[in-house]
Design a protein around this ligand. Structure first.
Ligand code: FAD
Ligand code: SF4
Length: 467
């Protein structure tokens, strides 16, 4: 504990957002980075608790040694703090930007938790800036080879760990760029793609090879000693209504992929919201990313429909600290929409009942309906609550139902009832030379959980290979 009274002297200070109008005019990073002195003060707020809930199962899934690196950071020992962080965190430049910071809500300072995410980001970016991050090439190779299928965070973390153990790792990715949902999912504003490219270059320099535009096929993977399937849980949940094939109805990830691809290729998006009335179905993170992207593309209006009731503003009794608080959160896209349209874009307990299309089958509008819970708690339409909205772009961000069937059938595998490749449930092992990790193994989750699961699977693969 660098400063016994830090938490009483300094208020919590997060990296602030850029001003709303300014950030709406570009796709650049949302946050401003604060100078090192502020991060040092913020690190001194950490109390080095006897029971650090931040690094327990309630907090960081990577079990980052948070009090230890906060202590070193607050003493100005940035390099040592970074080394401590890197013992458990494979890519802090990703989690420092997109992690919801489960650790901060489990902090003993409760609502005023230490700014671990921003501190972590400061440490890794300082490391890159000062040249402390260099390729770590294994001195000895084991002669074993591993194919990692999928280059999302779980595949990257798995490949990184196995390469450090001396195995030869090839990452096989069907998309044209590596990164999974870090590349084509999470928008550039939240995670600039040059940050991702910097890490991939580093991994290549460390000896990992990335084979892009390649659909994994077991027949071409026979020569590998182990295969880890990290293909994600990418099958989107659809709406059970007619006219889903109308032009202008898209799944959120297809829309967000087109936006990022258009940005990186300099061609503009093939699915632009420009001038359109946009309706997003789903009030979660993905829905919010669609709102922020549609606003930057110059949509005429954006509305977000959420089936669930509006969450409470504060924790309720059945959701005590140190659990993750299930409360109302307003993310960047919703704040931006409120600034432009004068009101929060979210409409709760409401869904789409009907899609209207013109003679060319292009969507022109939708009918929404309010939902009420019946006695069994199931949502049912409220008669007479129908409302018509103009809509030329309908984005479905209603979650994911599991891994894609194409990969399952190619590898002759069966998912469980929730679309996960669980094996026997207690390990990542699927039989033969096969393992699974990340969202494909756990179901749709978070970047930090995918990283932790990728590393956990890699440890099992290492034991399998080394005997
Ligand atoms: C829009 C959106 C925003 C999100 N925002 C956040 C956020 O802010 N913070 C957060 O923590 N989490 C966020 N998430 C969740 C997070 O991105 C995922 O939990 C995480 O990316 C899962 O990692 P993964 O490696 O398991 O799978 P993925 O990231 O889905 O990667 C799987 C990869 O496997 C490839 N693949 C699949 N099958 C094959 C095959 N047969 N052959 C070759 N390649 C294959 C895919 O092309 C893909 O690149 C978000 C998710 C979405 C959809
Ligand atoms: S990865 Fe997320 S949960 Fe873990 S220390 Fe960083 S911000 Fe906290």
């Amino acid at each position: 504990m660098g400063k016994a009274t830090g938490f009483m002297e300094y208020p919590r200070m997060e990296n602030p957002y850029r001003e709303t109008q300014e950030r709406l005019s570009d796709y650049a990073e949302l946050h401003l980075v604060q100078p090192g002195e502020i991060r040092l003060c913020q690190a001194s707020r950490c109390m080095n608790c006897g029971v650090p809930f931040c690094q327990s199962d309630y907090g960081c899934p990577l079990h980052n040694l948070i009090p230890e690196w906060n202590d070193l950071l607050c003493r100005g020992q940035e390099k040592a703090a970074l080394e401590r962080l890197l013992e458990t965190a494979p890519f802090p430049e990703f989690t420092g930007r997109v992690c919801p910071a489960l650790c901060e809500k489990a902090c003993n300072l409760a609502n005023d938790g230490v700014t671990n995410r921003d501190n972590e980001l400061y440490l890794i970016e300082t490391g890159f800036e000062k040249g402390w991050i260099q390729p770590r090439i294994p001195e000895v190779r084991t002669g074993k080879s591993v194919a990692v299928v999928g280059s999302g965070p779980s595949g990257m973390a798995c490949a990184d760990f196995l390469n450090r153990q001396g195995h030869s790792v090839t990452v096989i990715e069907k998309a044209d760029r590596a990164g999974g949902l870090l590349m084509y999912g999470i928008p550039n504003m939240k995670l600039p793609k040059e940050i991702l490219a910097r890490r991939i270059r580093l991994m290549e320099a460390e000896g990992i090879s990335f084979r892009l535009n390649t659909e994994a096929d077991p027949r071409t993977l026979i020569g590998y000693d182990a295969i880890v399937l990290c293909g994600g849980a990418r099958k989107p949940r659809s709406l059970n209504i007619p006219s889903m094939d109308a032009e202008g109805v898209h799944f959120a990830t297809d829309y967000l992929t087109a936006a990022t691809r258009g940005l990186l290729d300099g061609t503009g998006s093939l699915l632009s919201a420009k001038g359109k009335h946009v309706v997003v179905v789903g009030g979660g993170d993905t829905g919010n990313d669609c709102v922020g992207t549609a606003l930057r593309q110059g949509c005429a209006s954006v509305t977000e429909l959420e089936m669930m009731p509006c969450p409470p503003k504060e924790r309720i009794g059945s959701n005590p600290w140190p659990e993750w608080p299930r409360i109302l959160r307003t993310d960047y896209g919703q704040t931006e929409a409120a600034a432009i349209q004068g009101a929060d874009p979210r409409v709760y307990e409401t869904t789409v009942q009907r899609i209207m299309a013109d003679a060319d089958n292009a969507i022109t509008g939708i009918t929404t309906v309010r939902l009420a819970r019946d006695q069994e708690g199931k949502p049912a339409p409220v008669p007479g609550s129908e409302r018509t909205l103009p809509c030329e772009l309908l984005l479905i961000a209603a979650g994911f139902v599991g891994c894609e069937e194409a990969t399952l059938s190619r590898f002759s595998l069966k998912a469980d009832a929730r679309g996960r490749l669980m094996g026997d449930g207690s390990t990542h092992y699927l039989g033969g030379k096969l393992f699974s990790a990340g969202d494909m193994h756990t179901g749709q989750s978070l970047v930090v959980r995918a990283l932790a699961d990728g590393r956990a699977a890699a440890r099992e693969v290492d034991a399998f290979l080394q005997g």
